[in-house]
Design a protein around this ligand. Structure first.
Ligand code: ZN
Ligand code: ZN
Length: 184
């Protein structure tokens, strides 16, 4: 118990609790310009690779640990084999599939089909997915253009534009004006 006033001590304890002290020395010092910034990553309850940050700015485990960020290792759990042979046609799928354990055809992780998913697939006449939700998410992410801009020329009026379509891609890319004129 030193000579610090009780209020200062309380403030210090709060800082320690939320992790501002220790991992980030002087983080509450206004001089380091962290006031007004978003919460620091050291306060995140999630590992870097559990968040959408890993989708947009992928890094390796080593890179994360060097920065002092948390990393979630792959689930080492033994997965069980699928308990239900899923028919190819959605019409042939039994209601009881919602009680079964399915196994991802790619990563072997177990997943389930919920009642509302089943009714959605039936309504849309879609087959039951063979891959787990994570693998499906990564497949969708890979369909997106990279977060990078290239300088190109509009395929119609020739004006210089910036686009996420790299110049070696086969798609025809218009500027905003030409695109809108063409569509509407
Ligand atoms: Zn999977
Ligand atoms: Zn144009």
């Amino acid at each position: 118990m030193g000579g610090r006033p009780a209020s200062a001590r309380l403030e210090r304890e709060t800082e320690e609790m939320i992790g501002l002290v220790g991992s980030r020395p002087n983080a509450v010092d206004p001089k380091n310009k962290e006031w007004g910034e978003f919460f620091p990553i050291s306060m995140s309850a999630f590992c870097y690779n559990e968040t959408i940050a890993q989708d947009y700015y992928p890094i390796t485990k080593e890179e994360a640990l060097i920065k002092g960020w948390k990393w979630k290792d792959a689930d080492s759990k033994e997965y069980q084999t699928q308990t239900y042979e899923v028919p190819e046609r959605i019409e042939d799928v039994s209601d009881s599939i919602v009680n079964e354990a399915l196994a991802c055809s790619h990563c072997k992780k177990n997943f389930r089909i919920t009642k509302s998913e089943l009714s959605f697939y039936r309504r849309k006449s879609l087959p039951i997915p063979k891959k787990c939700p994570d693998c499906r998410h990564f497949e969708r992410m890979n369909l997106r253009n990279p977060r990078q801009l290239w300088a190109r020329n509009c395929a119609k009026c020739g004006i210089e534009i910036q686009t996420t379509y790299s110049p070696d891609r086969p798609e025809i890319v218009y500027c905003g004006d030409c695109y809108l004129k063409d569509i509407y």
